[in-house]
Write a protein that binds this ligand. Structure first.
Ligand code: ADP
Length: 310
């Protein structure tokens, strides 16, 4: 499958790099308003290919997206000093308006994979602007938060993250919800397995894991300015589910008719992903506290998305 990436900055190029190493795409096309950047990133990534795969990596123009099955949207502007979150959002919405006007006529049938932040609101805006089926406009959402959650729980229990079945729901950001109640190790409820192996999930351990998941991005940004390898691999993982029609269950964001009492809001819950995009939603069992937290997260996202005039 041919994959397009619009925005060849840190996130877009990391996704391209992960895709190239995994050999998932026949061809990757990188596009950026800064053409020299796109050319340099494509050449650098192409030099990794001979070690791992046979993917063709090129920089290009929008017309070169023709035939792409998935287009990753990773373009965006960063926050100016003194700029509010809403002002930044309005500028990023303007970037997406311009990008979509170029992308949609060339590849009206492609699945759009949104990476730019705030990803849930950008996903909702893209769905509205494009008029596409919401199930084909997918935000990376909490795919990375879920990976971090599984990794920390797995480390505490002494098992691999792949054997932990747990999801982070809601916003990719401060109001996200770690769904402890429905979490499993293998087929066993997490707390039961934790007791069996003598590593109980005390309130203190849960608080540490919650902090490790919720505040990971802040710590990384403090140390190196921004985050990109994790999300790059996460985007490649979503592309794999689509390109191979794997019907994997991943936590991603799409505009959803109703979640926790809130209508028409883009946020993450576990969803089945295959060649046609999101095929089904899986609403996990939540306790009252988790449900309320998900309702708060959904309400907040809905309010932010509604504040953007289109
Ligand atoms: P991130 O860390 O999110 O990847 P970057 O600033 O590194 O952030 O990358 C964002 C990229 O988006 C930049 O390379 C920028 O040139 C690109 N970009 C911004 N606006 C547009 C646009 N209208 N069309 C295409 N690319 C754009």
């Amino acid at each position: 499958m041919k994959i397009g990436i619009v925005g060849a900055g840190m996130v877009g190029s990391s996704a391209g790099y992960a895709l190239a190493l995994m050999g998932l795409a026949s061809e990757i096309v990188l596009i950026d308003r800064d053409e020299a950047l796109a050319v340099a990133q494509a050449e650098d990534i192409a030099h990794a290919v001979p070690f791992m795969s046979s993917t063709i990596v090129n920089a290009g123009q929008y017309r070169d997206l023709a035939g792409a099955g998935v287009v990753i949207l990773a373009a965006g502007v960063s926050q100016k000093p003194g700029e509010t979150r809403l002002e930044l959002l309005e500028r990023n919405a303007a970037v997406f308006r311009a990008v979509l006007a170029e992308v949609l006529p060339v590849v009206p049938g492609a699945i759009l994979l949104i990476a730019s932040n705030p990803v849930d609101v950008m996903t909702q805006i893209t769905t509205r602007l494009s008029g596409m089926d919401p199930r084909r406009v997918i935000g990376s959402g909490t795919i990375l938060d879920t990976a971090r959650f599984r990794s920390l729980v797995g480390r505490h229990l002494g098992i691999s993250p792949q054997s932990v079945h747990a999801y982070v729901l809601g916003e990719h950001g401060d109001s996200e919800v770690l769904a402890w109640t429905s979490a499993r190790a293998g087929s066993v409820p997490l707390s039961s397995f934790a007791a069996q192996v003598g590593s109980p999930l005390t309130a203190e351990v849960r608080a540490q894991i919650d902090d490790g998941v919720r505040n990971a991005a802040y710590r990384i940004i403090k140390g190196k300015g921004s985050t990109y390898y994790g999300i790059g691999a996460g985007l490649a993982r979503i592309v794999k589910a689509i390109a191979r029609d794997q019907r994997d269950v991943l936590s991603v964001s799409i505009t959803t008719p109703e979640v926790a009492g809130v209508r028409d809001v883009a946020l993450s819950i576990p969803r089945v992903i295959g060649a046609d995009g999101v095929l089904a939603d899986l609403f996990p069992d939540l306790d009252d506290e988790e449900y309320s937290a998900l309702n708060r997260s959904a309400s907040l996202l809905k309010e932010r998305a509604d504040a953007i005039p289109l």
